[in-house]
Design a protein around this ligand. Structure first.
Ligand code: PMV
Length: 314
């Protein structure tokens, strides 16, 4: 059994975060510059069932049976073995590395799960289709997020831009004209579970107000899809600014995110918004390709700890 490596990209949510948990559509795209990678290597002299898990980035070096069953890596491994009907893994080492910042809205948890699921299934000689990889990663997302919509595992497993509605079949859609997005990281790690929980509490306290906000986000997302399909990404800027204002209303922005959004707009971006769970993590700005570096430099001056420039294409 040779060793097997798989990797999965990070992601950004362009439109629709939070509202997607309540049935509204969202648009997300992969970010290929950052990736999670998993390699499974056979341990020829080891006993069956002896599985070593190495994740140097988080200082993890343990045997599988030493980890709690609620650990995300254990859940990903058990998802694969259960769906392949394997009761005992051959002796092996699983090594996980990732260049995706954690808890920052770039989909690191989903990417690690997808890479591990693909690497293990491939190692076992049963590569799984994207749909099944995504479904298994969704089960792991529940550990990270509590009540995930499923958007992260979907965009990361398919590695394509998606128009996503919870519990519906995945829709990929055409991007008639690629566009450039600058990503700025506040450096503040905020678990998605926390902001999703706060939005839930807000919705319970004032359902009408939140339903109105979610519907407004949904309508922006539908307009954004039209603009993207019609080759008019220039129309996305104002839609991003409107989205950010609605996310502020939902209570998931922060002074740091607001500052980066303002700085991007002042530096000439056509629009900007927080991306993902919010409170900390990343924001995104729509930029003309020739302006992207300047906007990234402005974000750094305004406090961003990391910037990425990515092209969204079909
Ligand atoms: O993983 P994040 O931080 O990009 O957030 C995912 C998007 C949310 O809509 C906030 C949650 C979800 O499950 O869709």
């Amino acid at each position: 059994m040779p060793s097997f490596t798989a990797s999965a990209p990070g992601k950004i949510i362009l439109f629709g975060e939070h509202a997607v948990v309540y049935g509204q559509p969202a648009i997300a795209a992969p970010v290929a510059q950052v990736r999670a990678t998993a390699t499974v290597t056979p341990e020829l002299r080891g006993n069956a069932g002896a599985v070593r898990i190495l994740a140097p980035g988080i200082g993890l070096d343990r045997r599988l049976d030493e980890l709690d069953s609620t650990h995300a890596l254990v859940a990903a491994i058990e998802g694969v073995t259960a769906s392949l009907g394997i009761s005992r893994l051959p002796a092996c080492t699983l090594k996980v590395t990732s260049t995706i910042p954690v808890a920052s809205g770039l989909g690191s948890g989903a990417a690690v799960s997808v890479a591990v699921i693909r690497a293990l299934a491939g190692f076992l000689g049963h590569p799984l289709p994207d749909e099944q990889v995504s479904a298994l990663a969704f089960e792991v997302e529940k550990i990270h997020h509590g009540t995930p919509s499923g958007i992260d595992n979907t965009v990361v497993a398919y590695a394509k831009p998606v128009y996503f509605i919870k519990q519906q079949l995945i829709e990929t859609f055409s991007i008639s004209k690629p566009f450039t997005i600058v990503i700025g990281d506040t450096g503040i790690a905020t678990p998605t579970k926390e902001t999703v929980g706060d939005v839930h509490a807000g919705w319970q306290a004032d359902p009408q107000r939140y339903e109105t906000l979610f519907a407004a986000v949904g309508s922006i997302t539908r307009s954004a899809r039209q603009a993207i399909e019609q080759g008019r990404p220039d129309r996305l800027g104002p839609l991003m600014n409107e989205s950010h204002a609605l996310l502020v209303e939902m209570g998931v922005s922060s002074p740091e995110l607001d500052k980066l959004v303002r700085a991007a707009n002042e530096a000439g971006a056509s629009g900007a918004k927080l991306s993902g769970g919010g409170r900390g993590g990343n924001m995104i700005a729509l930029a003309a390709p020739e302006q992207a570096e300047q906007i990234a430099a402005t974000l750094q001056a305004a406090g961003a700890v990391r910037m990425l420039v990515t092209e969204v294409k079909g």
